[in-house]
Write a protein that binds this ligand. Structure first.
Ligand code: HEM
Length: 446
């Protein structure tokens, strides 16, 4: 059976709503079309998949079933065509194998102390009584952490410049207005450094120059003793014994730098927002943390059940990416009784599944307890996607959320200056808390 047509709204109007009101866009269509939303009338439409059984079929299918897409070209332009995001088949498998170990198992534990120290360092800028913008500060934390993981850098001129450039580059395409560039390629015009696209291009070029300079310097020094990811990638050889080219190295590094801090900063900001918006959540969390006693082992913090539930609920209610990465069919596939042809573009829709009333009663309410009362399957709860493309940094991201949140709550008494319900806004291809979301320090506890 063929999936019936979805919305008939003209493309420009539809896209405008998708860019400016992404949650309404998805929810309105879900009300009308349910588990599968078909966009476009061609034989190979774009389809949002909103049912766990269909998501399971996608996430457990053989990798050969799909190829990746390039999200309107911006992702390809930003990350480059050698990025693990962009490649398929054996090459994709090989790159994942190379990149997984630094973000898992024993290696992950080495980041505990680093995350805690960087959180304290960044938070020390906060002044009692002066509101601060939460996302900017959380982004500072996550960017410093990923720079250390990727380059082994925590200080020096190049580190400072890269930190500034990456931040400025993402900021230049981060506002909801600039995000329009992502979805309307004709607006991507370089009208000088004052135009949004022109500014982005200049930052990107400068950041690339810095990264190439770091790669060349390492090569010259012939120094492969570090345990950072650049060292690991420079030591790797392909099946013919060749090392990665400078362009391949650059693409992989930029991918990790961007994917590894933007998303985590948004999630951490939401976690802080919810804990201060709902005092009972904060009280329970502080009680759990206090029970660990003075100077708890950081490894114990990461295992706390209520803290874990708060982080999961944060990622459920407003997932940073509305959907998992795109899956383009390389062979026909049947889902939910519908047959989809080669070329169909599938989006497992994280947001709509996370909002299903039958899985999450009262889905609009932030209730960490639901994660203590029930275990959700990886097809009901998938903020990090799934299957052969599941996020490489999921363990690192959750660790970062937990350690940073616990450190901030233990060291500071904060409050929201305005008890206001915030909704996500578009930030490039992701969703984020609004930039103006602020907290104010009432007291310093540690
Ligand atoms: C809260 C934070 C994060 C969220 C919500 C998130 C979410 C995601 C999602 C939804 C995907 C697509 C998965 C799919 O299509 O099935 C993905 C892929 C990816 N993520 Fe993350 N991510 C986060 C943090 C990180 C971090 C910290 C890193 C690196 C250190 C990272 C690196 C990657 C990479 C390299 C991929 C591409 C995987 C592939 O195509 O094989 N992410 N992420």
């Amino acid at each position: 059976m063929t999936l019936p047509n979805g919305p008939q709204t003209p493309r420009v109007l539809r896209m405008m709503k998708f860019v400016t009101r992404p949650l309404d866009y998805l929810e309105d269509y879900y009300q009308r079309y349910g588990d599968f939303i078909r966009i476009g009338k061609s034989a190979t439409p774009l389809v949002y998949v909103n049912h766990p059984a269909a998501i399971e079929k996608i996430f457990t299918a053989n990798a050969e079933q799909f190829r990746t897409g390039n999200a309107g070209g911006v992702l390809l332009f930003l990350l480059g065509n050698n990025s693990v995001f962009m490649v398929d088949g054996e090459r994709h498998e090989r790159q994942r194998k190379l990149l997984m170990p630094p973000f898992h198992g024993e290696r992950l534990k080495t980041y505990n102390q680093l995350i805690c120290e960087i959180t304290k360092q960044v938070m020390s800028q906060v002044k009692i009584g002066q509101p601060f913008r939460v996302r900017a500060l959380m982004q500072d934390i996550t960017l410093r952490v990923i720079l250390k993981a990727v380059f082994g850098l925590t200080e020096g001129e190049r580190y400072e410049q890269l930190r500034h450039l990456l931040s400025a580059m993402m900021e230049s395409i981060g506002s909801p207005l600039a995000a329009t560039l992502m979805f309307f390629p004709s607006l991507r015009q370089d009208w000088g450094e004052w135009s949004p696209w022109g500014r982005f291009l200049r930052y990107k070029q400068q950041a690339d120059e810095m990264i190439y300079a770091e790669i060349r310097e390492r090569k010259q020094k012939n120094d492969f003793a570090g345990d950072d990811i650049l060292t690991l990638l420079m030591s790797a050889r392909d099946e013919t014994g060749e090392p990665m080219s400078e362009t391949e190295l650059r693409d992989e590094l930029v991918t990790l730098l961007i994917a590894g801090h933007e998303t985590t900063a948004s999630s951490l900001t939401w976690a802080l927002y919810w804990t201060h918006y709902l005092p009972e959540v904060k009280d329970k969390l502080c009680f759990e943390l206090a029970n660990l006693g003075e100077n708890p082992h950081l490894g114990e913090i990461a295992k706390l059940p209520y803290l874990t539930a708060v982080c999961n609920e944060t990622l459920r209610i407003y997932p940073v990416t509305l959907t998992s990465g795109v899956r383009v069919l390389k062979k026909p596939l049947e889902l939910g009784g519908y047959s989809f042809e080669t070329g169909t573009v599938l989006f497992p829709c994280t947001y709509l599944v996370h909002q299903r009333e039958d899985i999450y009663p009262e889905p609009k309410k932030f209730k960490p307890e639901r994660f203590l009362q029930r275990q959700f399957s990886p097809y009901e709860f998938f903020p990090f996607g799934g299957g052969h493309r599941r996020c490489i940094g999921s363990a690192m991201a959750t660790l970062e959320m937990k350690i940073a949140l616990a450190t901030i709550l233990s060291d500071w008494q904060l409050k929201l200056p305005h008890h206001k319900a915030y909704k996500p806004v578009r930030r490039g291809l992701t969703l984020s808390p609004p930039a103006q979301l602020s907290l104010v320090a009432v007291n310093r506890l540690n």
